[in-house]
Design a protein around this ligand. Structure first.
Ligand code: ADP
Ligand code: MG
Length: 693
């Protein structure tokens, strides 16, 4: 940026509050603000005025089209653009945008996955304006964030259930706060997602079908230099990458995204960007925008941005740490230990609610991060294990232990609790030696869920977190309703919960084998892969939770489970086919050609009476490995015959039959890569991809 004035460009492409205020009549602005802040219903006459102001603003900023921007269950975003043109009698056009067009859209989006929902209910999907997330301008279009639902109201997207889960948290948390005599207007959840990604030279990437079609390398021998040197993490940022990052930040700031930190990550060519946290709905929209902008801007710099969870085997993968908290409209963070003991009782109760939620529904949290890509990450020694557990930090864990033991906890009417909770240390400062191996770690005033994959939409993850915490808060409110001495009863209940759910707390090394054994003893889930985890989404317990918290209906849970499973199956299917294509059309011919070069060389030496025993050995090895490659191609080829069974069983088939066949083929091909001359190898190697950025 020329003059470095970020404040000036921030939000310039957003129809934000200052823009609304400047362009809307006072009463209209007021009633729109009420909708945004309190969720009150919006009158169509108000929408009419807003639409007109939006249109004028959009036209002044070079727009010709508008689009209802929505988030189908693919986890991506979708858009269909309509121009503002309206024909007139004299065969010219004027630019128009009505309230109805703002509020509702009807994309003929019948090809999005609906798990049969649309067939069952109504063919068409409708988009509905979400006024709580601001409209913005991108590529000459006015983007209107929307929900996507069927005519009868079944959700077809990720935003609607996220908004419902926000309503659930609001309701449940306010019930608990009321017990403490607090009546905030609203309680919301906040998220700050840390986004990891890889950059790769675009020209090199385009030479690899696997990267082109699946986002990850399906072949590739280990590079001579991996990440062992630890010289990339927080290292100096290369010039080309720095220029890319600068443009990303500027683009995001214009879109009102609070892009804050950027740095190199552990692996070569791996980086991270994180915003300042916002409400979960906005954060979710902004994270989608961030992923889009990363892709788009990379292209301007001859780069390609890989958002896949595991682009390179043997090199750290990419995650998306989901920092989650809840707070009131009065600005109180409910997971922040207070300074006063009575505040601490309330804090301990909210803490207990999260602990109980994670323990009771660890299976659903696991499902929320289960994708084909993330399976390569979770459980490897770089990301949290597939076992869900929680880390509280030394100081808070000590307080909880003390409370559980009952030592020092004295209660006198009117005087509240002695020791332990009376003077909670400033836990926010205790975030330096955080346990990076824990999937769900307390970090001062929030929980950091470290298991999500880099490419995932954060909506699905936070739908689950909000729903399970709403459930435990509801149970807590039910138990404490009518309490005559809330401080005492709340503390007792919190202590009981700490005791009942102590198995979920683990402060040790989550990467160790001992933990796997220990977790099994504790009865914790260890759902290693997506096909193992996915059935837990559709259990009666899960359906009961989601329906009770009004996040999903019974049928929505079932269809969503099916879609997630199908996504895994489709991913594996394309990977399998891509692998076969590369092996048959590129790797095998290269091996044959190189073997011929070697054998021809041996033959010509022989003709001259020269002896080349080592070369002969090499030819023998090449021949054996190439034969082996062909056998493994055949095995994978045979595996393409997928049995005609239900989606969950198909998932198991991909996991148990296809994946091992893919691994076996890769192993042979990767060995061949190490002995075939580079000029014969048909595509760029790991060293090229990782170091030529
Ligand atoms: P680290 O890498 O040390 O974990 P970062 O600063 O990279 O930390 O990211 C932390 C993220 O957590 C940021 O997006 C930050 O805004 C967010 N965050 C901070 N406080 C809260 C909170 N109370 N609720 C949700 N997110 C938060
Ligand atoms: Mg970080």
């Amino acid at each position: 940026m020329e003059n470095g004035n970020v404040a000036e460009i921030f939000g310039e492409k957003v129809f934000n509050l200052p823009t609304m205020k400047a362009r809307l009549p006072k009463d209209i602005y007021k009633s729109l603000l009420k909708t945004i802040n309190d969720g009150s219903k919006l009158d169509i006459s108000v929408a009419e005025v807003v639409a007109n102001a939006m249109k004028d603003w959009a036209l002044e900023n070079g727009c010709t089209h508008y689009t209802h921007w929505f988030q189908p269950m693919t986890g991506l975003t979708a858009e269909k653009h309509d121009s503002f043109i309206q024909p007139t009698d004299d065969r010219t056009v004027i630019m128009e945008f009505s309230g109805k067009e703002l509020v509702m859209g009807e994309p003929d989006a019948s090809s999005f996955p609906s798990g049969g929902l649309r067939a069952t209910f109504e063919a068409r999907g409708y988009t509905a304006w979400d006024p709580t997330s601001f409209a913005f301008i991108k590529d000459h279009s006015l983007y209107i964030p929307t929900s996507f639902v069927s005519y009868t109201g079944e959700v077809l997207d990720k935003k609607t259930p996220l908004l419902r889960s926000e309503a659930a948290i609001d309701k449940a948390a306010r019930r608990v706060l009321a017990l403490f005599g607090k009546f905030p207007k609203r309680v919301v959840s906040y998220v700050g997602p840390e986004q990891e990604y890889f950059l790769v030279d675009k020209k090199l990437r385009n030479k690899r079908k696997d990267l082109l079609l699946t986002g990850r390398t399906l072949f590739g021998a280990k590079p001579a230099k991996g990440q062992e040197m630890d010289d990339h993490y927080f290292g100096q940022i290369k010039e080309r990458v720095a220029a890319f990052m600068q443009e990303v930040d500027e683009e995001l700031w214009k879109l009102g995204v609070l892009a804050k930190t950027k740095h190199n990550e552990v692996a070569p060519a791996q980086h991270e960007i994180a915003p300042i946290f916002s409400t979960t709905n906005i954060s979710s929209d902004h994270n989608q925008l961030t992923m889009e902008v990363l892709k788009k801007v990379a292209d301007h710099h001859g780069l390609y941005c890989l958002l896949h969870e595991k682009p390179y085997e043997g090199i750290n993968g990419s995650g998306k740490h989901n920092n989650w908290s809840i707070g009131t409209s009065d600005g109180e963070l409910l997971l922040k230990p207070g300074k006063k003991p009575e505040e601490n009782v309330q804090f301990l109760l909210f803490l207990a609610a999260v602990i109980k939620a994670v323990d009771d529904y660890a299976d659903l949290l696991r499902v929320s991060v289960a994708t084909a890509g993330n399976d390569h990450r979770l459980g490897a020694n770089e990301a949290p294990p597939a076992i869900i557990s929680m880390y509280l930090g030394d100081q808070l864990a000590a307080v909880v232990d003390q409370l559980k033991s009952g030592k020092g906890v004295k209660y006198e009417a009117g005087k509240l609790i002695e020791t332990g909770v009376e003077s909670l240390p400033d836990i926010e400062k205790d975030t330096t030696d955080r346990n990076r191996t824990s999937p769900f770690a307390f970090t001062g005033n929030r929980f950091e869920f470290r298991a999500p994959g880099s490419r995932q939409s954060i909506a699905g993850i936070n739908i689950v977190i909000n729903a399970i915490v709403s459930e435990t808060l509801t149970e807590i409110a039910d138990q404490l309703d009518g309490s005559k001495d809330i401080s005492k009863d709340a503390l007792e209940l919190a202590i009981k919960i700490f005791k009942d759910h102590e198995r979920i707390i683990f402060n040790g090394n989550g990467y160790s084998d001992e933990w796997v054994a220990e977790a099994e003893k504790r009865g914790l889930y260890n759902l290693k892969t997506t096909p193992d985890a996915m059935p837990y989404f559709v259990t009666q317990k899960s359906i009961d939770l989601f329906t009770k918290q009004e996040v999903f209906t019974d049928v929505e849970v079932k269809t969503r489970g099916e879609i997630m499973m199908e996504d895994y199956n489709n991913t594996l299917h394309f990977e399998m086919l891509t692998m076969l294509e590369m092996a048959k059309q590129e790797i095998l011919p290269a091996c044959l050609k190189y073997t011929k070069f070697v054998t021809d060389d041996i033959a010509s030496k022989k003709a001259l009476g020269l002896n080349a025993p080592k070369e002969l050995e090499k030819a023998q090895r090449l021949t054996e490995l190439t034969e082996d490659l062909m056998i493994k191609i055949d095995t994978l080829d045979a595996a393409t015959d997928v049995p005609d069974v239900d989606v969950y069983a198909v998932g198991m088939y991909y996991k148990d039959t296809v994946l091992p066949a893919m691994d076996a083929l890769r192993e042979t091909a990767d060995t061949l890569e190490t002995i075939v001359a580079k000029e014969y190898w048909p595509f760029p190697t790991y060293t090229d991809l990782l170091y030529l950025v």
